[in-house]
Design a binder for this molecule. Structure first.
Ligand SMILES: *Cc1c(COP(=O)(O)O)cnc(C)c1O
Length: 351
């Protein structure tokens, strides 16, 4: 606390990310990072970008990366916005589209950064409860709103809505911006990117942090109607002309162009996820069917907090949320096959 702080700073409750312990080597199943490295082509491109050209500012338009993203999703370059991680793209979207006369709607259980942005930008909100099996019920979202946002697949549940449900929501809700946060879409869901040409109020946000194993370089992007993208550009150009550095731009583009590596790692992760789901189920866990790179599980006889502590003692980190409705659940990121075998072995010894 300081006399120099504004009232604004005093009132903030910042987001708390999952632990990134620096002391000992854990099996890290707590922050949904990829257990595999980025595409070797992406690593090579980033190394190549680390040369004398670093004395020059990067391209403020990020045009080459935007063109690759546009090609990948069969959209135009005017439909693409890029930022320093999808968290930055989300922050711009909250600031740019959600401060309306009516409340923003999002699920009571979802990405815990949303309420932080709302507080930062003074956005009026209303949370909409998930149903008893932690599903999003779109009928529960009144059309009288200042915007709608949710992750699809949802975090931390892993449940995914089909594209037809997203489209039905867009048809019913043409008067405000609908943001679909697709941080985990590559692990088995169907992207709403295909709907961008038909709905001028849709913004799809994705990241290179999860399925492309590049959380360390901070690249995220949004796909939307060109007026929405222009709005985001206006904010970005009023804040930081160069949020993406040269190595990040080169690495992200190379990753996007290496289809084979991407598909192979994605399929591998999905198969380890399904194996882990079966093992946990056979140990009596209730596991929500996941389309993400994590599982959300609880055990009817063993308290989640106790399992979390015991795992940590044995060198395995998972995520525990001390929050109403989900305080008996664990979120378990999918690691390598060996890591998950070890995880199951330890869990079995605890039961
Ligand atoms: C991980 C995550 C993000 C943030 O990703 P970055 O691109 O690393 O900032 C955004 N939304 C959800 C739901 C996430 O889980």
């Amino acid at each position: 606390m300081s006399q120099f702080w504004s009232q604004k700073i005093h009132n903030l409750t910042p987001y708390v990310p999952g632990e990134q312990p620096q002391d000992q080597q854990y099996i890290k199943l707590n922050t949904n990072e990829s257990p595999y490295g980025p595409s070797p082509q992406a690593i090579a491109a980033m190394k190549t970008a680390c040369d004398d050209a670093l004395r020059l500012y990067p391209d403020p338009q990020c045009l080459s990366l935007k063109q690759s993203i546009a090609r990948y999703y069969d959209l135009s370059v005017d439909n693409v916005f890029v930022g320093n991680g999808s968290d930055e793209v989300l922050a711009f979207s909250f600031q740019g589209f959600f401060k309306q006369g009516k409340p923003l709607l999002y699920p009571d259980i979802s990405y815990s950064f949303y309420p932080v942005y709302c507080q930062l930008y003074d956005i009026d909100t209303r949370t909409v409860p998930l149903d008893n099996s932690f599903g999003i019920r779109l009928e529960d979202y009144p059309t009288d709103n200042g915007g709608i946002i949710f992750p699809n697949p949802n975090a931390p549940t892993g449940r995914c809505l089909p594209l037809s449900d997203i489209e039905a929501l867009l048809q019913r809700n043409p008067e405000s911006v609908v943001v679909i946060d697709e941080a985990y879409i590559d692990f088995g869901g169907e992207s709403a990117a295909a709907l961008v040409p038909r709905y001028n109020n849709l913004l799809v946000i994705q990241t290179f942090s999860k399925s492309r194993a590049m959380a360390g370089i901070r690249v995220g992007f949004a796909l939307g109607n060109k007026e929405l993208v222009e709005g985001l550009e206006r904010l970005k150009n009023s804040f930081n002309s160069y949020p993406l550095d040269r190595p990040a731009l080169a690495g992200a583009q190379a990753s996007l162009e290496d289809h084979r590596y991407f598909e192979q790692r994605r399929d591998q992760l999905i198969s380890v996820r399904e194996w882990t789901t079966n093992e946990l189920t056979s140990l009596g866990f209730e596991v929500i069917p996941s389309k993400a790179n994590f599982l959300f599980a609880s055990h009817p006889q063993h308290a989640a907090k106790g399992i979390y502590d015991a795992l940590k003692q044995r060198g395995i980190l998972v995520r525990y949320f001390n929050k109403a409705r989900i305080d008996n659940h664990l979120r378990i990121s999918i690691g390598t096959e060996q890591e998950m075998q070890r995880f199951i072995e330890v869990i079995r010894s605890l039961m």
